[in-house]
Every structure is written in structure tokens, then in C-alpha cells.
Design a protein around this ligand. Sequence first.
Ligand code: FAD
Length: 400
Amino acid sequence: MEHFSPSRAAGLERLEAFLPRAGRRYQRDRNFDFGPDRRGNVSCLSPWLSHRLLSDWEVVQAALDAHGHTAAEKFVDEVMWRTYWRGWLEQHRQVWDDYQAALSAPVPAALEKAVARATAGQTGIECFDAWADELTRYGYLHNHARMWFASIWVFTLRLPWEQGADWFLRHLVDGDAASNTLSWRWVAGLQTVGKTYLAREDNIRRFSEGRFSETPGLAQSAGQLPDVERPALNAVEHQRDVIDGRAVFLLTETDLFRPELDVGCEIAAVGSLSLRRFKSDRPLGDVADSFSDGALADAAARLSDRFGVGDSSSLADVSEVVAFASDQGASSVVMSRCPVGPGRTQIDELAERLANAGIRFKEVSRRWDEMCWPFCRKGFFQFRRQIPEIVADLSQFPGA
Ligand SMILES: Cc1cc2nc3c(=O)[nH]c(=O)nc-3n(C[C@H](O)[C@H](O)[C@H](O)COP(=O)(O)OP(=O)(O)OC[C@H]3O[C@@H](n4cnc5c(N)ncnc54)[C@H](O)[C@@H]3O)c2cc1C
């Protein structure tokens, strides 16, 4: 498996290399998981997209330019899934809060052991154990393997989906709260009422191209599905007003796409704060950790260069951000909008602490999110109907 290099330049290179395959070939072959050494049928762009080192809209634009609307349709749809999941979770925060609450509940010792066995790849289910090892080693799994893995976790091993989702989120180099949480919920039958995803032996054999030819003992049914309550819809506000005065720009790993484009003010200093890493009792996997770190450093260097402000500062927590802003004599702290996910509570705390210190705080929304999210309140297929209109004029989105 190739190494994921955490810079925007490396993401652009990967995009350029993949583009010739983003048309009909992607549509035909994308579901095959040929193993870590043969990933040419999928883009492997997710680490850059999830950190927004590359933007959803520039990748869509590049695919449309290369293949036109018909041949690029499948690839564009897949990229739009990420946009959709983010918009959906943003407007159903309760789902994230409930998931976090379930994770905080005490875990019986037997369950803890079973989770440890599964994540160490010691279940005796050959394919599952191989994927556990692959994820730990490379920080990446093919989409189909993620679906099979989550399904076996939930229906065959009968483990709580929340524990599996948390382990994925901490080990995936593309760990993305929305895509991950909602995909796990979808597999488990919680996202689309009455629908579950059941991994089947013949499907695994076919789409792993025979690498896993026998998988006996898989659950044959999803069993009794839990009652699903429709989660509450919450409003989302977008900030766009221009700030004047001396501002600190705060980078977090959830949105590193050319941050200067949407800022609307001069920047006096740049700080970065890792939001993925904040729970020390649930550490990130090594590959994920080092990619996130490198991605933050890459964006910090670009931004500091653009505003001519010298080296950026790496900040450990909210207190350090407040102290940094005060030391810089800043009247404002600005950042790209932090989505619902790990660290959102830290950003809410930061807003309060800055207000107490008399420093304004602004999270700038991306025009793309502002335009797409209103269509992300129901199912993907309703959102999909809007895609032609959304992509009709991508030049309206900065940096496309
Ligand atoms: C249980 C489970 C957990 C997942 N967790 C994550 C996660 O934490 N982070 C993450 O980025 N993706 C997640 N996905 C979605 C998907 O598996 C990955 O985005 C995809 O496999 C990344 O590989 P790629 O870039 O080669 O994808 P490609 O097939 O080349 O697709 C191109 C791009 O489209 C987007 N995309 C493709 N499939 C999906 C999808 N099903 N949902 C959302 N976006 C998609 C990604 O941005 C991807 O980079 C998860 C899926 C499942 C089933």
C-alpha cells in the first residue's frame, strides 16, 4: 500500500494520477477490494478530502472536466456522499451526542475483552482478522471491506456498533466523524429505517477476487432490529461577516483547504490545534496521528506564508489558544467551521473562554456547505436530485 503524504501538493498529485480512471472504469471496478497492494480501481483520496486538504468541489470539478457528466457520474456521487453525510450530521447533532454518551458508559469486562480480540484481529474469521490488521497497519480499508467489517462486527460478533465506529475513527487516516458514524449506523440498520447491511460469504469471495474464498459462520440474518427514533433536526447558522482588527487564525484538521480564501480579514498569527487527539484515553492510531499532524503543519505553512506572519504555533488545548490570542494582542480568533465530531465540545468551550477574555470568535462556513446542507436533511437520494444544479457552476465556490 502506498504511503499517504499529508500535504495539499501530494493530494493534488494523487488526484491528477487518478483522474484518467475516474470515469466508466471507476464505475465498473470500484466495488472490488483487490487488497492493499492493488488500489488502482479507487482513488484513495479520502485522507486529503476528509482533512479538506482537497475540497469536495475541486475534486468534483476535476472529474467533470476529465470525463463529462455521464461518465463521471458515479465518482461524483461518491464524493457527494461525504458532503451529504457532513450536512446530515450537522443537522442531527443528537446522533453524535447519543453515540458519545454510549461510548462513555461503563463496559463489562467480557465485552471489553471481546472488543480487544476483534480489534487485534483474533476472532478466527480470516477476512475480518486480515482487515483489522490492515487498518492498524495502513490506516485505510476499501469501502467494501469497511462495510463487511462493520456488518460482521454488529451481526456476527454481536458487538456494539459504537465501539467499532470509535475504533475505526481513531485508526482511519481519513477518519471523518460524519462518514464514519453514519455509515456504521447505516450498516447496523439505524440510519435508514428497516435497512441493514448483511455481509455474505459469496459477496466477500467475489469482490475480494477470491482472496477470502471461505467465510463460514457469518450471521444469516440481522435479527430483530432495534426501534429507531427519528433524531431531532437542529438549525445550523453560517457566519460570513467580515472581521476587522488583529486576528489569529486557528487551524484544525477538519478543514485545511486554502483557509485564506474565505477568511475576509488580515491575519496576524497562525495557531493549530488537533481536535482528533484530545481524548488521551482513546488514542489515535499511529498512521492517522501522523497524517493529521502533517496535514496541520502543511496548512499552517501555507497560511503563514500567505500572510507573511512567520512560524505558526502548535497549541495543545483550548487554554493555550486563549493565551496565544492574548499574547498576540488579537481582537479576534477566526477558524474554518468545525463540524460536529471529536473536538466540537472543545470549540464550544473555546468560544466561551474567548468571550470571557473579550476576544471575538468566528467560525467561517464554506459556501459549498452553506449551499449543500439544506438538502441534507432527509435521504441521500433526495439530495442526489440537487447534484446537477449544485455542480452546474462550480466556479462560484472559492478555489474551484
Ligand atoms: C463503516 C464505514 C466507515 C467509514 N468511515 C469513513 C471515514 O471515517 N472517513 C471517510 O472518509 N470515509 C469513510 N467511509 C466511506 C468510504 O468507505 C471511504 O470514504 C472510501 O472508502 C475512501 O476510499 P477512496 O478515497 O479510495 O474512495 P473512492 O471510491 O475513490 O471515492 C472517492 C471519494 O468519495 C467519497 N466517498 C466514497 N465512498 C463514500 C462513502 N460511502 N461515504 C462517504 N464518502 C464516500 C470519499 O471522499 C472518497 O475519497 C466509511 C464507510 C463505511 C462503510
